[in-house]
Design a protein around this ligand. Structure first.
Ligand code: GLA
Length: 388
């Protein structure tokens, strides 16, 4: 027997909408990235964790080639679209499942229609990958129903392609890979160039605390694309001096020191963030293995500073959350997580200090900004899976 409130919610809603039990229930997690920010589109390293907040999807196949999906969190909004041809995009939540259909059709794979209900407790737009979770839930469901046996890596790549080309968001591969391949109790060290990965256990007694500033910046996606462009510009210029490089991943801190003078100042700062961040991910993974909490803290603090000053994707609200968290004894580090420009911070906290951190952060933030942040204590969970 599965015991989870969202399992009950999504299956009961399915039963009352479609008058029978779902054949399949799939869960696909959101994520929090511990370190390695804005490195994935530079072929670099990331260290995300799949969390115990997820999209839950209850499904039964149907003979007609249509998908009928009810989104419980969108005031029961229900959408129906074809699955035997590319459905047209309308810019809503259903663009994610439609994008998955598009990606399967691109591979000449035909899909059966589905009836589905959908719910999620991944906060939307907070930088915890609610959209990657949605994509993976549908991609995995069809893979399972049709017996395609597509690997998790390839599902992640298909979903990224759907997001880039169908939804129109130019993201890297981190979010889809961790929703596809996360492992309970572990962070995933991922080389985004080769998709090789190692799982680092999260040491006993350390909690992963996420605080959502509730700030959402409408410029986030255009600014994200500007950052990508600046990284590409850095590679184009540095290539004159380092002909073998194809991405900032290939540039060492020492090489950037030598040749950085040829870059415009802002481009140099963007490149410096990426190059130093890659180095930090490697050190952070080692520190996790060694339970070296002093190193973890230093690396997270440096990572945040680099995102704030060199990459310029922080916000005063995020800086406040990071500073407040770090003030509490037992906090082993904090930094903004995800793309930035609002959204969340992540902190590693001794389990016995979690309630103190939560109290302190809420108090400082509410005093300054007039509203409390949302605080989530998350546990590292598995990647997408069939629940029943
Ligand atoms: C978003 C993107 C990811 C990654 C992060 C920043 O979450 O979807 O691919 O680039 O921003 O690290």
């Amino acid at each position: 027997m599965v015991s989870h409130p969202l399992y009950d919610k999504v299956t009961h809603a399915f039963q009352s909408r479609f008058q029978h039990s779902p054949q399949l229930v799939v869960r696909a997690p959101g994520r929090v990235n511990l370190i390695g920010e804005h490195t994935d589109y530079n072929d670099g390293f990331v260290l995300p964790v799949a969390v115990d907040r997820a999209v839950w999807l209850a499904v039964t196949p149907q003979s007609e080639a249509w998908a009928t999906i009810r989104a419980l969190d969108m005031r029961n909004d229900e959408k129906t679209f074809p699955v035997d041809r590319v459905p047209s995009s309308a810019g809503g939540w259903d663009d994610y499942p439609k994008g998955v259909v598009w990606a399967y059709l691109e591979q000449m794979k035909t899909l059966s229609g589905i009836q589905a209900t959908l719910t999620s407790d991944v906060p939307i737009g907070a930088g915890m990958s609610s959209s990657a979770a949605l994509e993976l839930a549908f991609a995995y469901t069809w893979n399972h129903l049709e017996g395609f046996e597509i690997s998790r890596d390839d599902l992640a790549l298909m979903c990224q392609k759907a997001e880039n080309q169908y939804v129109g968001v130019n993201c890297g591969i981190m979010d889809q890979m961790i929703s596809a391949c996360g492992k309970a109790g572990h962070a995933m060290f991922l080389d985004t160039r080769t998709l090789e990965r190692n799982y680092c256990p999260i040491p006993e007694g350390i909690a992963i605390v996420v605080a959502d500033s509730l700030v959402r910046r409408s410029l986030a996606s255009s600014e994200y694309n500007v950052r990508r462009g600046q990284c590409e510009q850095a590679v184009r210029i540095l290539k004159e001096y380092l002909p073998k490089i194809t991405a900032l991943r290939d540039v060492t801190p020492d090489e950037l020191n030598r040749f950085g003078q040829h870059l415009p100042d802002v481009v140099l700062r963007r490149a410096r963030h990426v190059v130093t961040e890659n180095a930090r991910v490697l050190l952070f993974a080692k520190a996790l293995y060694q339970h070296d909490v002093t190193a973890l803290r230093t690396l997270m603090v440096e990572g945040h500073r680099s995102l704030r000053d060199d990459y310029e994707v922080s916000a005063p609200e995020l800086d406040t959350l990071v500073e407040a968290t770090l003030e509490v004894p037992g906090c082993y580090g904090a930094r903004l997580t995800g793309a930035g420009f609002g959204g969340c911070i992540v902190a590693l906290v001794a389990e016995n200090a979690v309630s103190e951190v939560e109290k302190h952060v809420v108090q400082i933030y509410a005093n300054r900004y007039g509203q409390a942040p949302k605080v989530y204590i998350t546990r590292p969970a598995n990647g997408v899976e069939v629940i029943s």
